[in-house]
Design a protein. Sequence first.
Length: 106
Amino acid sequence: MLTTGARKPLEVPSGAHYAILIFTTRTIHHEGDERSRTNPGHGYPAWDEQVHELEYIPIATWAELDKQLEQLYKGNYDRKDIVVLEVRQQLQVVVGLKVLSPAPDN
């Protein structure tokens, strides 16, 4: 059984771990309105939208990583949508705000 991916940044481990990234692209078809079908050039025509998604699956150990990859590649050893990373430490960016007093008018 595959491990569930992280859905929020807080679900990503802060320490060292492995990560499986799975890239997918899907197409969403949007129907046009009735005016565009009955009167070409008017209304909103049908259109397709491509949505790119990235699944991040954190893995704690090398043995678990090996099991996950075996499941992912089962029956399809030529997958090009998977990337494996070794994460040594998660970076944290801290942004601060300093409020200064306005300069006195002379």
